[in-house]
Design a protein around this ligand. Sequence first.
Ligand code: ACM
Length: 534
Amino acid sequence: MPVVPAAAAVALALVPWPSRVTPGAGAFTLAPSTVIVADAALSEVADGFARRVQPATGFAYVVRSGATPKPGSVIEFRVDASLATTLGAEGYRLEVTPHRVTVHAAAAAGAFYATQTMRQLLPNAIERGALVKGVAWTMPAVSIEDTPRFSWRGAHLDVSRHFMPKEFVKRYIDLMALHKLNRFHWHLTDDQGWRIEIMKYPKLTSVGAWRTGTLVGDLHTDTAKRMYDNVPHGGFYTQDDIREVVAYAAERFVTVVPEIEMPGHAQAAIAAYPELGNVKRPLSVLRIWGEGEDVLNASPATVAFMQDVLAEVIALFPSPWIHVGGDEVQKGPWKESAAMQAQIKQLGLSGEHELQSWFIRQMDGWLTQHGRRMIGWDEILEGGLAPNATVMSWRGDDGAIAAANAGHDAVLTPNHHTYFDYYQSKDRAGEPHAIGGFLPLDTVYTWDPIPKAIAPDKVSRILGVQAQVWTEYIADGRAVEYMAFPRFAALSEVAWTPASGRDLAKFRARMAVHAERLRVLDVNMRPLEQSVVP
Ligand code: ACM
């Protein structure tokens, strides 16, 4: 029995699958004479659709305002404020009939998601960047009502372990938008490289963005067995680059959530400014994986330094959330530091866990004062959660359960379902070398994300879900795409589609068709394998 049905059997290969889909009869054909008309609030989105279809079709549409012309071939974008209460700002209604395509949305975001659906209704060749002749640009007649399950539909990218040029970052954001994902978590700093220009502290990038080489193969416990490529690696984004990416993302209704890691995973910063550390010897930007040899000290001067960094970060990123990391903070350097032991005593804290919590609270208070919300990995629960913190639960679901039940917001990022740096097959020899783990497509798809242990009145504290792409063994954009796809597509349905609308066999059938679209977009997707029943 074939595992993947023939592509032709799937007429509507939409990913993520919408809330409600009613197929109609016939098809709409995009023609040079088609008129696109939009209400003012949706005209930019309509224009975005026109620009997207222009290269392949060669049709140069100018979006009109005002009343709908009749008769003729028309695509119209209309505001329907009543949808705000039924489908929300990100929801939309899309009617495709042989003569007319109508989009109704309460806000531009919803209309944008309608255009992503329209794009997927058109032939794959619409994704080409150059004129394609001999294609009938049809959309099958259909009636769709759609709204996302979760407001946080994230994708993370680690650009510290391997620097990713801004062109790839923009492509990643494009691929997010195609799948209706809306939070780009940009992991900008870590032990192995600091990637964001900070005007006040230039050595963060002149020193902290560069390492002398990179570990090759496994991180052997026996240091004598470790191998290095000895190839200098680095790079960073200027503040202009950041503004460009943030604006690019905003046009695609993606919020960029920056992460500045503290107080752990900060060896690149300590290499640049040794006074931020605890050990009294020079450290380099780390060349191996795992945790660095030191963490930030928690002195008032270091707290002020990191708040200076955050001041430049909030000027660049309009995101309501700013991520401060907080994970895997080794306590050894603080245990051995007379200054940190004195500070623990002076603050009346019980030990290093409470000192970490104290440090994170300094950032939470500062961000709250500046009108932003702090978000951190689930270790920020240890030693007491800061008052306004949102938690990303990565070590399983427990962090989200504890946070939500305590009345805090949480995002589900558990390694068991969302770490896309894990192997996609048990046949490791047939895969690119990865950090470990095993997370096949079907396991991602069939994930029921809301943990049962969250009290029913606290479930609304779960903002959503997010994919993680850590890049220890992922050296460039092509390699990111191999690890992200097809799992990204599965995660997009967990994030968007109502639980009642999810069906693994149907997803796989649609995915076989959607894969062709990704191929036209030159996505280096891992081929779909036989279904691995989780
Ligand atoms: C993490 O994987 N350390 C958040």
